[in-house]
Design a protein around this ligand. Sequence first.
Ligand code: CIR
Length: 256
Amino acid sequence: MFKNVIVRKPAKSMVEGITSAPELGKPDYELALKQHENYRKALKECGVELTVLELDDKYPDSCFVEDVAVLSNNCAIITNPGAESRKGEEEEMIGVIKKFYPEDKIGYIKSPGTLEGGDVMMVGDHFYIGLSARTNEEGAKQFIEILEKHGLIGSVVELKEFLHLKTGVAYLENNNLLVTGEFIDNPIFKDFNKIIIDEDEQYSANSIWVNGKVIVPEGYPNTKKSIEDAGYEVITVDTSEYRKLDGGLSCLSLRF
Ligand code: CIR
């Protein structure tokens, strides 16, 4: 169960955030704020305590807090983002993390290692780490060393197309895994109960389990139904303005 969630309000500069899909247009800032408010409301419905950080206009992508830290019961790991314009976001997070973890439980990914939290999926004590354009082998190696120091384990997954590991896969606990695209047939995930997301609803693979409920992006009816059929209560939240920056539900929070 998660007790705490950290989010950061979107920066006004988010309109200049990184995107692989400029054809979707620039985010509408007012709408993004409204969607963020609804996201926070959904998280509260899941019974967590929210820490809401003020916006930081220096970093257009800083609302995607998931990428700058990985938090677990045993330790916190401050990452080193692979995207040039995001380097430094992690510094802003260290002080916040120190309110929740003592220094000896905090590890740091250091250059030349890079790693973004969107590439990390926690399954109990095992952390899957995507090797992507943002997370390199050195970053994954350092990450696994820190995990092992704190009684946890990790293994890597090669990415071909997706931005981050959790762009295409989400763990819903009880061995249930949402999976799409290049990960559907990956033998690494063969022992999970797979809930397969159709290509035309691929974005919704970035859903999140929070204390027994699953938050799903609005507008993906097949995914919503499959998750409900698997026995979960579903809450939907519109994330259209974050999608324009390749971001989604998991990227917008740190849950621990
Ligand atoms: C980026 O490219 O870094 C942001 N525009 C989106 C980050 C999404 N984060 C995530 O999937 N964990």
